[in-house]
Ligand binder design. Structure first.
Ligand SMILES: C[S@@+](CC[C@H](N)C(=O)[O-])C[C@H]1O[C@@H](n2cnc3c(N)ncnc32)[C@H](O)[C@@H]1O
Length: 559
């Protein structure tokens, strides 16, 4: 993007002296045509047409907006041009229909419209503004009469179709209107303290999500919640059940309404600013970098500022000079704040942790399945001595989408020398790795079954092995108990029953891996740590080296 300067550009006055055709000014967002137009949003098409030289059919990817709530508030802008204030409810809805139709016309086929709005109470009646707006958006051309005979059409309440009771003509307005996809509740986490009879304290608003077509941009992965603090306490025990990028959000979104920030001088009453996190969530969900985000009722430009910070191209319309001019300080504040909060970085960190846990749990789950398949529970009887779990690079995310695979590893089942059912274990291990639950771990697993002596030779021959591996013992795969030298491993595991007695538990063998994990299990500790806490713990380098015959020491001292 070009240097972000603020420029007020005057367009020549139109020859038509209708007030609606007056000058507009653009608060520049650094690229031709993008930024805040101080203009009437009913002139959206004409304005953008002029600015983008008619090339507007596929301009916008997502519109995020909150219109004036009927005639509730005077925004102190040009009273004749304001939508809502001073208008009858019907005129107000018709003006909204006009604006949302123009928004539809400049939106791509894959585009969406997000309307944040609430009910109002007037003359002791709840006015269903969100639902009236939904009706308007679903019938952008305001079709009410039969094209054949002029009779008033009757709306089929379930399908939304318009039927002529006289001649049977019918029309489905959704064909060239917005499609309501979802209704989300925005829990504002803060509200005016008052309530009255028949009206409790109001803490939520509606977020209406519309799409232009049935197939639209909607990347659920991009808004997964990567906060381990929000996870169930069992997440460490079942990492294969958690999406590596986090929890899917539900349809109640909690975002605290911002108080006026440093960008306001405290004198202008702010027109219901959106919380940045909420706008960020919608932008992530329905747009990509360089996409165009529109707000036809932009206020102080919360949506535009957030879009800009996230490398999207903003377009806004706002009547009030006073609000529009707050966009400049607002965009600076949002750009500074947003960098620290990036959801993607946290999702990647979570993915790293979940993938690690899955790889470390995998040999445990496989052992359980092998024991079951063979019908022998005792490790001693099976002669399973150690499992080496060698993690390779993570696989491309695109591959994950295709095959549900996230990573690749090699699992060596090491058996005591001289066991006679090696082939049976090998067959069972490969079979079990291919079916649930093991196949659900997202691991491309190479399974090998070898003896202790063979493993010693493999370790000696290959230069790929690190000098030390992390030991997981006592049926715990989430926290290493220390490191173990690879060259001495063969000494440590003999006599085999002593080795098993020291490190195996509950029928699970000790695991040696190149992955280091120190992820406390909330089911044991009673507390779920945040990603930051886990990161800090994993950074601590206080691991002991495990010597032959030494009881595994837990580095957290909670044995
Ligand atoms: C609910 S507020 C939007 C606040 C905005 N979401 C924010 O974060 O600042 C509605 C805005 O619509 C503006 N407005 C009213 N009529 C308009 C019109 N005809 N064209 C453009 N904006 C208009 C008002 O001035 C007001 O700022």
């Amino acid at each position: 993007m070009r240097a972000q300067t603020q420029a007020f550009m005057q367009r020549p006055t139109s020859t038509n002296d209708d007030r609606m055709n007056e000058q507009y000014r653009l608060v520049d967002a650094g690229e031709e045509g993008y930024g805040m137009y101080i203009a009437d949003s009913r002139r959206l098409s004409t304005t953008l047409d002029a600015e983008f030289e008619g090339d507007v059919d596929n301009l916008v990817d997502a519109t995020i907006t909150s219109p004036p709530y009927a005639d509730v508030k005077n925004y102190e802008a040009d009273e004749e041009l304001q939508i809502g204030f001073g208008q009858s409810y019907d005129t107000y809805l018709e003006d909204l229909r006009d604006v949302y139709r123009q928004v539809y016309d400049v939106t791509k086929e894959t585009g969406t419209l997000w309307v944040i709005v609430n009910t109002i109470k007037k003359d002791r009646r709840v006015v269903r503004l969100p639902f009236d707006i939904a009706d308007v958006c679903e019938n952008l051309h305001g079709v009410t009469e039969c094209e054949e005979c002029g009779t008033r059409l009757k709306k089929h309440r379930e399908s939304g179709r318009l039927d002529c009771p006289e001649c049977g003509w019918h029309h489905d307005p959704i064909e060239d209107s917005w499609r309501l996809q979802d209704i989300i509740v925005w829990d504002k986490n803060r509200a005016r303290p008052w309530s009255r009879k028949g009206q409790l304290r109001n803490v939520f608003e509606y977020i209406l999500c519309f799409s232009k077509a049935d197939d639209f941009k909607y990347d659920l992965d991009s808004i997964r919640i990567p906060d381990t603090k929000d996870f169930e306490p069992w997440w460490v025990q079942y990492p294969e059940r958690y999406n590596p990028r986090g929890k899917t959000p539900n349809n109640i979104w909690t975002f605290t309404t911002p108080t006026q920030g440093s960008w306001g001088d405290g004198e202008v009453d702010h027109p219901a600013p959106f919380p940045s996190g909420m706008v960020e969530q919608i932008i992530n969900l329905t747009t990509d970098e360089s996409d165009v985000v529109l707000d036809p009722f932009a206020g102080t430009g919360s949506v535009l500022a957030q879009a800009e910070a996230m490398e999207r191209k903003p377009i806004g319309f706002e009547l009030s000079d006073e609000y529009a001019e707050m966009y400049e300080p607002r965009r600076k504040e949002v750009a500074d704040e947003w960098k620290e909060e990036s959801i993607e970085a946290r999702q990647e960190e979570l993915e790293r942790i979940i993938c690690k846990l899955r790889q470390l749990k995998f040999p445990r789950e496989l052992t359980r399945r092998v024991r079951k398949e063979i019908g022998e529970d005792s490790l001693e009887a099976l002669g399973i001595n150690t499992v080496f779990q060698l993690s390779h690079e993570l696989i491309d995310r695109e591959k994950f989408d295709e095959d549900n695979l996230l990573m690749e590893s090699t699992t060596y089942f090491v058996l005591d020398d001289g066991v006679d059912h090696r082939q049976e274990i090998a067959t069972a291990a490969v079979n079990c790795s291919r079916v649930p639950p093991c196949s659900k771990f997202g691991i491309k697993a190479n399974i090998k079954v070898v003896t202790v002596s063979e493993m010693e030779r493999i370790l000696a021959d290959s230069w790929e092995w690190p000098d030390e591996l992390y030991l997981y013992a006592d049926d715990r795969y989430n926290e290493t108990v220390g490191t173990m030298s690879v060259s001495n491993w063969g000494e440590y595991v003999r006599p085999t029953s002593l080795w098993r007695g020291q490190h195996a538990k509950n029928g699970y063998p000790p695991i040696l891996s190149n992955l280091q994990a120190k992820i406390p299990d909330p089911e044991r500790t009673g507390e779920t740590l945040s990603l930051n806490d886990i990161h800090r713990l994993e950074g601590e380098n206080d691991l002991e080296e495990i010597e032959p015959g030494q009881r595994a020491l837990n580095s957290f001292g909670d044995e």
